[in-house]
Structures are given as C-alpha cells and as structure tokens.
Design a protein around this ligand. Structure first.
Ligand code: VNL
Length: 389
C-alpha cells in the first residue's frame, strides 16, 4: 500500500515537472540580418531595437523565456536561406525575423512556408514580399506606400518635370513605378527613368545625365545606407544651384546618416513612414531609450520596423499562451494587430499580412544644430497600393 502511494506521488510529481518544463521551455526568435557588408547599418539598427524591446518588456512572455538569436547573412540571399533552414531545423526557432533586403526575404520565404514558421519582415519593402509566403507578416513599409504620396505632393508644389533615379531591384522598381503612375495622373512628366546597380553604385555618370536634362526635380530611391553618397554627389555637382530639386522616399534622408550630410540637405522633401522627430510621447520615449542604450545613435526607420516586429511577436505569444498551437496559431495572432508605434498608429492587415500606416511628408530642417526630417503633412492609414491580389 505504501509503495503504491509513493508510486502515485512520483507519477504526479513527474507529470507536474513535465508541465513546468514545458512552460519554461525557451522560445527562440531567429533574426537574420545583414550585420556586415553594404547594408550593415540596417542590421545594427534592427538588432539594437530588438534588444531594446526586450530590455523594456522582459525576456519572459506567457511563462516562456525568450531567446534572441542573431545571424549575419552578409546581405547574400543564399546565406539568408541556409541560415533560415539551420535556425528552423537545428535551433527550432518559433519565429524568423529581420530581412534587410528584398532578395533576402524572397530567398527565405519558401523555408517559412515549408516549416510553417511565421516570418516577420522588419526591413525589406517591395510590395510582392508578403505574397511570397502565407507565413510572412511585415512591420516595415512598402515603397509603393511612400512613392504615391510623393507623386501627389510634387505636382502641387511646382514640380512638373522629373527624372527618377532608383536602385535597380525590387523596391527601386516599385518606387519608380508608383511615383510615376501617380505623378502622370497629376499631369506631371517623367523625362527619364534611370536605374543604378544595387551593389557598389557609382552615381556620378547618372547625375551628370540628370544635370543635362535639367528637370524641376530628381526623384530618388536608394536603400538605407546609400543616401549620403547620393546627397554628396548631388551637391558636389552643384545640381541644387542649377535649380534641380531633390525629392524622394525617406530612405535617402535616412536618420542614420542625415546629420552628417551637411547643410546642403536642408529643404529636401521626402515621403516616409518614420522620422526620429515624429512628435508623439511614444516616439520620444522610444528615441530617448534607444539613444541611451546605443551611445547616442539615432533610431532610423529600420529600428522602428525591428522594434514593432518584436512587439508583434510578443503580443502573439501572449495571445497564444506562449505559442500553443505552433506556427499557425502564432501567425493568426499576428494578423489584425493594431497599436501605437513610435511612428504613429499601425495595423497588420489580416487579409494581406502587410502593414497599414500613416505616410508623412517631411522637410529637412535644422533643430538645435542637428538635421532632422520634420513632418509637415500626413496621409493617414495608407494600405500598400502595390498588392496584385
Ligand atoms: C529595401 C527597401 C532595403 C528599402 C532598404 O534598405 C530600404 C529592400 C536596406 O526592400 O531591399 O531602405
């Protein structure tokens, strides 16, 4: 009788410890980012933002300890895909995140689909990405969202003849197309569309051509990290003095580099979803904490994509009691999330899994001796205009 009793107690104890260990089982989030190479600043910003989110919100959600794994893809699609496979198979991550460039997100999409792992795209911004896998959710933006806003603003502000200059890959082609379509509707004229290579671009010959064409403005999209080079060459060639205005999406006047671009950047108007000086209490708190944790570094739009991406993951974990039901349940809990981001109110459209957000028009101004993108107009709740379905 006594041994039977003890056996029972043992079984109960074993059962309880199994439950407890399940609750304590680590939930792994694998971020694949360009930490080296041309887009290293994007990796650095997103990593800093993800770590800040965890520092502020704890490393436990619904009783599960969160482990953040950061892997460097060097900006290479093959590497991103291989790393994703390893993270899913060996590390058993519950969510993939990051994706600093469109080709990296597209290369990884099949892994998300096959393994039913939610994939949170925190940076890449070509419209088509969310259609590459039903497991993709996006917290960054799309170039189509931003470019349409500029296609409306420019012609109302005396800009009638434009040359476009974009990086020759997904987001650049979207920017060119969506700017042009809207600009033409508004009776604008695109006199030339130039595309520069993504890798090691030399802007000089392109800018010379623009100078010869003498448009009212040059519309530019280059990815985060490349804006300073465009600005430098634009100014060195005296294009501003020749009466050519510089406009584009906010990737060019990236907060990560803007302050080092010099006073020549003053007055440049861009359209984008985030500025370091977005005037809200939530943003002020975010920026102060980010700077404090990162030796004064300003958060840029990449950081915000990473920070909000972590929030989407944390909330999904809360709503599924720590990820019960696996990838499909987490994905379902990511869809339809709505909250105030440092950029303003955002919404993850349950149908498209893409972000709906405000797009701001901003002008580079000097405040307290530093250059900032100061918002002066807003188009509210912009859905991605680039969806094919
Ligand atoms: C992309 C789009 C990358 C916008 C960016 O910076 C950017 C992309 C690295 O989709 O590849 O600013």
């Amino acid at each position: 009788m006594k041994t039977l009793f003890n056996l029972r107690a043992l079984i109960v104890a074993l059962g309880m410890s199994a439950l407890a260990s399940q609750a304590q089982e680590v939930f792994k989030i694998g971020l694949i980012l360009p930490m080296t190479g041309q887009q290293a600043t994007t990796g650095k910003q997103i990593e800093a933002a993800a770590r800040l989110y965890m520092a502020q919100n704890g490393d436990k959600v619904a009783g599960r300890k969160i482990e953040l794994i950061i892997k460097d893809d060097g900006g290479m699609p093959d590497a991103a895909k291989r790393i994703a496979q390893e993270l899913v198979v060996n590390d058993k991550v519950g969510v993939l995140g990051g994706f600093g460039l469109t080709p990296l997100a597209l290369a990884t999409a099949p892994i998300a689909t096959q393994s039913k792992t939610p994939m949170v795209v925190m940076a890449a911004a070509t419209s088509i990405i969310t259609e590459a896998s039903p497991y993709i959710v996006r917290t960054s933006f799309t170039l189509a969202q931003c470019s349409v806003a500029m296609g409306d603003w420019a012609p109302k502000n005396g800009i009638k003849r434009v040359v476009t200059l974009v990086s020759d890959y997904g987001p650049g082609i979207d920017a060119e197309r969506f700017f042009k379509e809207r600009f033409l509707l508004n009776s604008g004229q695109v006199v030339e569309s130039l595309r520069v290579p993504l890798r090691n671009p030399d802007f000089a010959p392109f800018l010379q051509k623009v100078r010869d064409l003498k448009p009212d403005a040059l519309f530019v999209f280059v990815p985060s990290g490349a804006g300073a080079a465009v600005m430098k060459q634009f100014l060195e060639r005296g294009m501003d003095k020749a009466g050519i205005k510089l406009i584009g999406t906010g990737d060019m006047t990236d907060d990560d580099q803007l302050n080092d671009m010099g006073d020549g950047a003053l007055g440049v108007v861009t359209s984008h979803h985030y500025s370091t000086v977005h005037p809200s209490a939530v943003n002020k708190k975010f920026v102060d904490a980010f700077k404090k944790a990162n030796k004064g570094m300003r958060p840029n739009f990449m950081a915000v994509g990473g920070y909000d991406g972590m929030r989407v993951i944390y909330e999904a974990l809360k709503n599924t009691k720590g990820g019960q039901g696996g990838g499909d349940a987490l994905l379902a809990a990511m869809k339809g999330q709505i909250f105030e981001s440092p950029r303003g109110q955002i919404f993850i459209d349950a149908q498209t899994r893409d972000i709906v957000q405000n797009i701001y028009l901003r002008r580079v101004e000097k405040k307290d001796g530093e250059l900032y993108n100061v918002e002066f107009d807003v188009i509210k709740e912009v859905k991605d205009p680039g969806k094919t379905k």
